[in-house]
Ligand binder design. Structure first.
Ligand SMILES: [Ca+2]
Ligand SMILES: [Ca+2]
Ligand SMILES: [Ca+2]
Ligand SMILES: [Ca+2]
Length: 245
């Protein structure tokens, strides 16, 4: 019985940490340049997939922004040309929708990563194992949302519940306007977390970035819904009541 009590106490402890729903940031630094993303982020309950409208079978891959002489200098940092991420900020690995998955040397790593530059380029999809209530990200080399018409769509169990056009980030008066965002060649911008409240939804289980042109993404921030903590809390409370009797 002592063991059971220990489990109850632990469940109670989980309530206080999980219910606060701390943001989780994924920076992709565990990957190497050209590494294909499959299930590397299952530990944070996130899977990432890509669709390239011009290249069937594309998968998202890592792009090391610290390298020189890559196939796309616009993705090379850290001296970003513009945007609210200061020049000198080391973003390390980014993720891209690739225009090729060529692996001539057969080491399982894409030899020469390059992002798809067609307009539109494709979709980058993030799927979560739990309901999330916030999403933010960094975007590199978005040349112009008016030209590229990128948007971000939120889905709850497969149903579309909200869409934010990238134009909103640079249009005064829009819900998600940020006067510090500057798009353009070799730009780097941090898009602040959009909360479910601000989106007018209860939460979401996947996010699709409809990528309108060239560009790379990084520092994906998600805020888990406190619901799972709440359920643990109820369970923990019931267990404590049982223990008291
Ligand atoms: Ca990174
Ligand atoms: Ca290779
Ligand atoms: Ca490119
Ligand atoms: Ca560019």
């Amino acid at each position: 019985m002592a063991g059971a009590r220990c489990v109850c106490a632990f469940a109670g402890l989980v309530v206080s940490t999980t219910a606060s729903a701390e943001p989780i940031t994924t920076s992709f630094e565990s990957l190497v340049h050209g590494e294909i993303i499959t299930n590397q982020f299952s530990d944070v309950g996130m899977s990432i997939s890509a669709e390239n409208f011009d290249y069937a079978g594309a998968k998202p891959i890592a792009f090391n922004s610290n390298l020189l002489g890559t196939a796309d200098p616009d993705l090379q940092g850290p001296n970003w040309a513009k945007g609210n991420i200061a020049p000198g900020t080391d973003l390390g690995n980014l993720i891209i929708i690739p225009e090729n998955l060529t692996d001539a040397n057969g080491d399982g790593i894409v030899d020469d990563p390059d992002d798809e530059g067609a307009r539109p380029a494709g979709d980058l999809k993030f799927t979560f194992s739990d309901v999330m209530t916030g999403f933010g990200f960094d975007v590199v080399d978005m040349e112009g949302p008016v030209r590229e018409m990128s948007s971000i769509e939120f889905l709850l169990f497969g149903s579309s519940v909200a869409t934010v056009d990238f134009n909103q980030f640079v249009t005064p008066g829009s819900d998600f306007y940020d006067p510090t965002v500057r798009f353009g060649d070799n730009s780097a911008n941090r898009i602040a977390v959009m909360t479910a409240d601000a989106l007018g939804i209860s939460g979401f289980t996947s996010v699709v970035i409809h990528v309108g042109g060239s560009g790379a993404y990084d520092n994906i921030v998600v805020i888990p819904a406190p619901a799972s903590g709440l359920m643990l809390g109820i369970g923990g409370l019931a267990a404590m009541r049982r223990r008291r009797r």
